[in-house]
Ligand binder design. Structure first.
Ligand SMILES: [Zn+2]
Length: 271
């Protein structure tokens, strides 16, 4: 909650409000620590790390702020902690920022510095299905895992003239489902198709890039999803009965806390 760029939608209030809301629902929170530079090197180039560490970069969406290297490293640490919890408890959710799925091997972008979920999946050494339900295509995650037989990447995202403009078709182990707004029924159709493909792939670990900017009133994105639908989504993922780790990506509306809570309720369905 310490870093912010005034007026930026990726604000501290996102996690603050969600944290407070989940607290009232009785959720427990676990502390975590910075990841090591060698963890980041599992997915990113030394050049990218050095440019962030020395605050020597410019991206219109991804602010260059004092101490951002440590905040980004802390976010990766939260995702890695979630992996530990998943190994013990089967399901975990990392309520972290900055998000990560737009960070590719050598480039930051789209509010993302390091790819939290990608680093965590690599570190797990497990056969993994990544399900990206954020409204935007996880171009960074695709860049990192394209051609990696151990990982399948699935993404449902908004199509057209929409950031980052990638994911218009499936390629090798990266299955993409671009959709136009609004699309709740098409979204669920695509999601169900992903669920059966994940079942066929039979991964040891499921990692979810959990973005909630698909919510119908999200101020910067949206795919027409109503807040109750997140419970159904969580339930379907839970029914796969696999160790599951979820990492917060986007979600910028004031309904983020309730959308996320509904998703957790669904995930807990079969535990
Ligand atoms: Zn997004």
């Amino acid at each position: 909650m310490e870093y912010e760029s005034p007026g930026h939608p990726e604000s501290p209030e996102r996690v603050k409000n969600t944290y407070e809301f989940l607290n009232t629902k009785g959720y427990e929170f676990i502390d975590y620590d910075y990841c090591q530079e060698e963890d980041i090197l599992l997915c990113h180039t030394q050049e990218l790390i050095d440019s962030i560490k020395s605050n020597n970069f410019f991206d219109p969406d991804t602010p260059n702020l004092p101490g951002i290297y440590d905040y980004a490293r802390l976010s990766v640490g939260g995702s890695l902690k979630a992996l530990d919890i998943t190994n013990k408890e089967r399901i975990s959710f990392a309520l972290i920022r900055p998000p990560g799925h737009h960070a590719s091997k050598s480039k930051l972008g789209g509010f993302c510095y390091f790819n939290n979920i990608a680093i965590t999946v690599r570190k797990s050494l497990k056969k993994c299905a990544i399900i990206d339900i954020d409204c935007h295509h996880g171009n960074g995650t695709q860049d990192i895992f394209l051609g990696d037989d151990k990982v399948m990447y699935f993404s449902i995202h908004r199509n057209g003239y929409f950031y980052p403009g990638t994911g218009t078709e499936s390629i090798r182990n990266c299955m993409n489902y671009p959709l136009h707004y609004p699309s709740e029924s098409d979204w669920l159709k695509a999601f169900n198709s992903i669920i059966s493909k994940v079942r066929e792939f039979s991964p040891e670990l499921i990692a979810v890039s959990a973005g909630f900017d698909t919510y119908q009133d999200d101020p910067i994105a949206g795919l027409g999803l109503r807040e109750d639908v997140y419970e159904e989504i969580g339930k379907e993922i839970s029914n796969l009965s696999k160790p599951t780790l979820c990492v917060l990506e986007g979600g910028y509306s004031d309904k983020l806390p309730v959308c996320l809570f509904n998703f957790l309720k669904g995930l807990e369905y079969s535990t």
